[in-house]
Design a protein around this ligand. Sequence first.
Ligand code: HCA
Ligand code: CU
Length: 385
Amino acid sequence: MSLTDYAIIESTLREGEQFSGAHFSTAQKIEIAHALDEFGVEFLELSSPCASEQSNADVRAIVKERLYARTLTHIRCTREDAQIALDTGVHGLDVVIGTSPALRKHSHGKSINEIIDMAAEVLTYIREQVPGVVLRFSTEDSFRSAEADLLRVYLSVAELGVVNRLGVADTVGVATPSQVTQLVAQLRRLTHLDVEFHGHNDSGCAIANAYAALEAGATHVDTTVLGIGERNGITPLGGLIARLYMLDRETICRKYRLDRLYALDHLIAGMVGVTVPFNNYITGSAAFTHKAGIHAKAVLAAPETYESINPADFGLTRNVEIGHRLTGWNAVRSRAQALGLTLSDSEIKLATQHIKTLADQGPLEPHVVDTLLRTWPIVATEAVN
Ligand code: HCA
Ligand code: CU
């Protein structure tokens, strides 16, 4: 399957700011905006200018930067928020209102009919104020809302003829890929509007759900760098890229500057006080590390045997570990060759046995293995004596 016509709404500067460790300064926000822009995301979503005075000033500052990405801000469904947001000069407004019973009861106290009326009033107002603004309407907690309620809200919003895009949000990470497929496909079929998916990762489905949305016809997906956001966050940018790369490498390599991903993940990790997880998609320390002798042998002969992603596409290199008891002589030979050593196969095989014996006491640092190989006949003699 080939997916080409989609856009990433990068929300590190909105959802990401809702991560517990995130306290971005204006300078950091501008640095993040440029890093994401250079990576090539199509949209940057920014925290509401209504959140605080500084948030308002920050939206204005980012809007003034020279960026290819278009700027969006995220607001509640009120005229007041809309006016403040429009005054900042952003390219688009992402309007959201909760539709699940829990949010209707405990967040804003509105009935579905009242939500429909508010949406009509606010969205029409926005369109009248700035005819060219990109306008999205989203229901919060879409997947715990009653289907009939959701459809009434979305269809009446679509009928207004003023929004560019509808959003669905898996606010608490409950949705399964098939539920996402069903809702997105339904909205596309019934409204023909663009559809955006925003999914939290509470049950580990955020990437699969984002992919299911795209497969069902969604045009936009929300991400944050490393997936940071409320609780344990949303679809991570790098994880979505990995998913899409495996389906259509050519498109993903053309659309985005993949060699920037490593720096981007590490930039944000540093700013929010976490480390990039060892098993992170593409940029984790173990992502391209091969260990067992059987894997090492095949990867050294043909990397695609055990790699679905070519690290070189991301400006990264693979790492074959040999200082452990699962090692194999092919991997040891490859390391000896890389060191410029001319050891015979039988010498390599003996060296490999020696490494395994030593490694039974604990893992060996790469430099220990290198020294052993460089001095191998001597070590071998000593070992025998
Ligand atoms: C929240 C709101 C939101 C909004 C998503 C959207 C969510 O912070 O709870 O506007 O698409 O997850 O529902 O992030
Ligand atoms: Cu969210």
